[in-house]
Design a protein around this ligand. Structure first.
Ligand SMILES: [Fe+2]
Length: 369
């Protein structure tokens, strides 16, 4: 199984994983052969990509730090929380926050169970429901960093809650501005930038929140060099949770289609994050993040410096640029597949990944001549 961006989906491919929307409704079921109207529908929904099964990727199992079941529950839960935050009924709000705590426990449990896995963060998002998917992804990425730095259970829970609800303040900002495709005016930018304070104030005034969690929400747009908002805090003046959520938030936004730009590849998003380590991001958090999140997620088709093409079949923590690769085409010809390990095979030391290959099976065959 491998992830294929929507632009590279071709009729005849077979869906490897059921696609749901944020209400938990099934959009396309696993095993279905993709036909043209489905591709059009996926494009209309601006789904960023799907998992497909094909002969070149049939032995690749996408190991996820959280199960689809927990992810879907979390996405639906976040939708419920954000919808009820603007409800007039206080008991709806209380129930929604109780649900958030349940979701955070579920996410934490799974991540602790899978703490040896790298994050393969290329995930399915339905464009209109970006905020819900994004909130869950930021919670997953932040919790992974929290586990990696050895946070205790209480702090991990608070970090999970803060990261899941980091953008809750956006429900109090005009939707038209939040979803505006073009450049924002200065006034509109001011309005959007109020969301971290609005979220902080809302949660502090309505619920019992751990102080670290609410500070994480307040600080998630502060930047290490002082260029962020609302206060322009610098370095350790920014709470640890704020510094962690900042990295997770930007990475997931970069790998997603946004109204104003197309999604970046995870490898490009990782370069952006690493390039900003010590500038706008905490250098230590950046280092840990880059050890835990795969720049070339499992199933990615990559081009190698020796002209071969292969699929990533295993990632190694801390060595994201040196995965194991199943070579499927060699110097212009389809090859009998074999696996090379860029990390441990001494004969592969001078081979590097030079880019992402055209992602359809046919085009790989064509590229390979
Ligand atoms: Fe935000």
């Amino acid at each position: 199984m491998r992830f294929v961006p929507t632009g590279c989906i071709r009729a005849g491919m077979r869906l490897g994983k059921t696609l749901y929307n944020a209400s938990g409704e099934m959009l396309l079921s696993e095993g279905k052969e993709i036909i043209l109207p489905y591709i059009e529908r996926l494009q209309q929904l601006r789904v960023n990509g799907v998992y497909i099964d094909d002969t070149i990727s049939e032995d690749i199992e996408i190991k996820s730090v959280i199960s689809d079941e927990v992810r879907n529950k979390a996405i639906q839960g976040v939708k419920n929380i954000l919808t009820h935050s603007v409800s007039d009924n206080p008991s709806d709000k209380t129930a929604a926050i109780a649900k958030a705590k349940e979701i955070v426990e579920l996410i934490m449990e799974e991540i602790l169970k899978n703490s040896n896995l790298m994050v393969n963060m290329v995930d399915l998002k339905v464009f209109d429901e970006y905020t819900y998917y994004h909130s869950v992804n930021v919670a997953v990425l932040s919790t992974v960093v929290g586990v990696a730095i050895g946070m205790n259970h209480k702090d991990l829970f608070a970090l999970g809650l803060a990261s899941l609800l980091h953008d809750i303040g956006k429900v109090f900002v005009d939707k038209e501005i939040i979803n505006k495709p073009g450049r924002l005016s200065d006034n509109e930018t001011d309005d959007v930038q109020k969301h971290s304070e609005l979220g902080y104030t809302y949660l502090r005034s309505m619920f019992e929140m751990p102080v670290k969690a609410s500070l994480g929400i307040l600080h998630h747009h502060e930047r290490y060099d002082g260029s962020g908002y609302p206060k322009g805090l610098k370095a350790e003046q920014i709470s640890l949770f704020g510094r962690i959520i900042a990295v997770a938030d930007v990475f997931d936004a970069l790998v997603s289609d946004r109204p104003y730009r197309k999604a970046l590849l995870p490898s490009d998003a990782m370069e952006h994050i690493m390039g900003n380590g010590g500038v706008i991001f905490d250098p230590n958090i950046t280092r840990i993040f880059s050890m835990k999140v795969a720049p070339y997620p499992l199933g990615t088709a990559v081009e190698l410096s020796n002209g071969n093409i292969g699929l990533v079949v295993e990632n190694y923590e801390g060595f994201g640029l040196r995965p194991a690769i199943k070579v499927i085409a060699e110097k212009g010809k389809m090859a009998t597949p074999y696996v090379i390990n860029l990390l441990t095979d001494s004969k592969c030391l001078n081979i590097t990944i030079t880019g992402i290959s055209g992602l359809s099976e046919e085009s790989i065959k064509e590229n390979a001549g």
